[in-house]
Write a protein that binds this ligand. Sequence first.
Ligand code: ATP
Length: 477
Amino acid sequence: MTQPCVILNSIRDLEVIKMAENNMEKIVSLCKRRGFVFPSSEIYGGFAAVYDLGPYGVELSNNIKAAWWKAMVQTRDDVVGLDSAIFMHPKIWEASGHVGGFADPLTECKKCHSRHRVDHMLEEAGVFADEKMTEDEINKLFDANIEKVICPLCKGKDFTKAQKFNLLVQSNLGNLTEDWSKNPTYLRGETCQGIYVNFRNVMDSTRVKIPFGIAQIGKAFRNEITARQFIFRTREFEQMEMQYFVSPDIEMEEYEKWREARMQYYIDLGLKKENLKWHKHENLVFYAKEAYDIEYNFPFGFKELEGVHARGNYDLTQHSKFSGNSLEYVDPQTNEKYIPHIVETSAGVGRTFLAVMTEAYTEEESENETRVVLKLPVKLAPVKVAVFPLLKNKPELVEKARGIYDELKQQFMCEFDDNGNIGKRYRRQDEIGTPWCVTVDFDTMDDETVTVRDRDTLKQDRVRVIDLKNYFSEKLS
Ligand code: ATP
């Protein structure tokens, strides 16, 4: 983990940082122990900066994507969905500027030979820098502040000059010659290019009219230089992006609406207001009108969760130029012709996952032991209901519990568990964030009621078996 990006004011600050680092370790360990996230290719020694989702991780990730889709597509009249392919014509990446300019400044520590992003190291040292600076600009800043910069791994202070390193991942798809590196195809570095190049198709095949948006969720790939913050920065990751096409005169008005909507989205998702903040980009790319990031207070400090950017008409202008096909829009009312401007919202699934886990991870003292509980919002919880027979060796209880489980699983993600004692089963479900546990006991056999235990309040309700589906549906609605 890199040094937390916080200016130390006191011993108390140091304690807060230690606690946060500790929390990060606990979250990483829980993710592995309970089947949320596994390091990729672990039995082969791992594969840097790539992670796999385990049985509960894939559920949480799917629920995060479903919540985003609902907010961005299902409940909006002005946004439609898309799923474009990962591979695209290589010229798209020239038009977008990725082949020429999608590069981060890299340096190597001369002592331990680890590689780092210079802009990140400068920021850790309290010096403003970003990846959009030219090689000359970043080297001047690096030289001027070299005394303040230390290697995050070995604490060395001797570095090579900063060099721009292109992040696009190359492939030989469709190239059957030996030397494919001269004409590579690319694994997409972001999902939004697939949206831009389908703008005309969507316009022609649906009834959308400007202003409207196209949303998509999909994998992206980047050869990140430093990727040491668990799933925060990985080389293969998923993005949830929406591009909103507008006329130039309302771009900034729509931009403000989207800023408000996206911040509210995270609050509705269960992230605390005080853990979210805006970060304004100081160093804008030449075509951008305005750019803000939503930052979340991760265990290693406030970092980008989502970008909300007013991009002008750069993207469609570039694709018109490079493809030779005009992406001009003719307003059906006024007959005015223009290249649509774009407001973009771009979030990472992995970063949302980590933010949600950070927010949910809770330790509570109870009866001389620490209860670890993931207080996930119920709509995101991987398993909604766990069903237990009180005792494993009573066939009538097991059979009854199985019947209830078989019924409930038709509607909710459920788990059946008869291992160990009830206390152990509760602890396991608490750690994966299951909101409700249903226990079948001897009274069930007489009165057709079960105990439903609430994860957060620990309150136990007696509920009729026949009412269970409605009981959970109401709580989930
Ligand atoms: P950073 O400055 O942290 O590298 P970025 O500004 O390059 O991020 P964008 O290109 O704006 O990120 O991508 C949009 C979103 O995609 C980010 O807000 C983030 O949630 C996610 N994202 C970008 N790069 C990664 C990555 N390497 N791993 C995981 N998520 C990522």
